[in-house]
Design a protein around this ligand. Structure first.
Ligand code: ZN
Length: 310
């Protein structure tokens, strides 16, 4: 539904980021905002500070307006305050709007901490269509990571490296491939801001998240491409969107896995994911460090663990 039709009588704690809020605030006059938190980082210390900085804590409901960082922070804050949460994505930039966990930065890696699923998600496809092209459909990277993540899951299975609870399940793998093919088909439309294309991208994100929920882990969609993204963020800084790091990760890992990378590259480009932001010497250094990095952070076994070892 259009954000302009939201009419919220309860007192609202708004969690947002300045660019997102400035882009949509004219349509959100129906929110009874009494407190506001602006988010710029993803650590629990930082979120705890933000939360304790709000003066009266009289809010009855949390509204999150923004992208992935805002969604992750709002899930954490709403679960701490024990308040219901409504998420209003301003772009389909990640899958964090619909997961039950918040990604946090710790010791140079990203960990997922269980927080809560938003009670309500309001999709305004006109608003999302108007988001900056480079983030509008960047969440495609969190579905396309099936290409390299599920490959890793099968690879780990063949080497006997999947721990108890993460056993390879062929029908789940097949379902993931089907979601991947759906997202590749909608990439062009979603990338140009077509509303049906964006809705299909949302459906693929939701199915990918649900599949991971059912099996209790994210091996069908998280592997070496994400490990590369987590590691390279230490060199590139925390300012780059998730897709700008995961997108190159998918390209690099799919090639190292001897997969046909052409269709993946075409879909990433269609969704305006920049693939040239990471200098090649940084890529090479990150790849050289990746096996040790993966061991150090206890990441589930994949191709990244074996680079340079055979
Ligand atoms: Zn991701």
């Amino acid at each position: 539904m259009p954000f302009s039709e939201i009419d919220e009588k309860r007192s609202v704690l708004l969690v947002t980021s300045a660019p997102a809020w400035n882009a949509v605030k004219a349509n959100l006059r129906g929110l009874n905002i009494i407190e506001t938190i602006e988010v710029a980082e993803a650590t629990t210390d930082y979120w705890d500070n933000l939360q304790s900085s709000i003066a009266n804590q009289k809010s009855e409901i949390v509204y999150a307006v923004g992208g992935g960082l805002v969604a992750d922070a709002s899930k954490y804050i709403a679960s701490k305050l024990n308040l219901p949460l409504v998420v209003l994505p301003t772009a389909l930039s990640v899958d964090a709007f619909i997961t039950a966990a918040s990604g946090i930065r710790r010791d140079g890696c990203v960990y997922y901490m269980e927080t809560k699923v938003p009670e309500t998600l309001i999709l305004d496809l006109d608003t999302i269509a108007k988001a900056p092209a480079s983030i509008r459909a960047a969440g495609i990277t969190d579905v396309m990571s099936i290409a390299t993540g599920a490959w890793d899951w099968k690879f780990a299975h063949e080497r006997g490296m999947n721990p108890a609870g993460m056993e390879f399940i062929p029908w789940v793998y097949d379902n993931a491939q089907s979601i991947l093919s759906g997202v590749l088909d909608c990439a062009e439309a979603a990338g140009r801001g077509d509303k049906d294309g964006l809705k299909t991208l949302y459906d693929c994100l939701a199915m990918e998240v649900q599949l991971c929920n059912q099996v209790g882990h994210s091996r069908p969609e998280e592997g070496s491409e994400h490990y590369f993204a987590y590691a390279v963020e230490n060199e590139m800084g925390h300012g780059l969107p998730h897709g700008d790091l995961v997108g190159p990760g998918i390209m690099i890992m799919s090639k190292l896995q001897d997969q046909a990378a052409g269709p993946l590259e075409a879909a990433l480009k269609a969704c305006n994911i920049p693939l040239d932001r990471i200098p090649s010497e940084v890529v090479n250094r990150t790849l050289a460090e990746l096996p040790v990095y993966c061991e150090k952070h206890g990441l589930a076994f994949g191709l990244a663990h074996t680079l340079g070892k055979q």
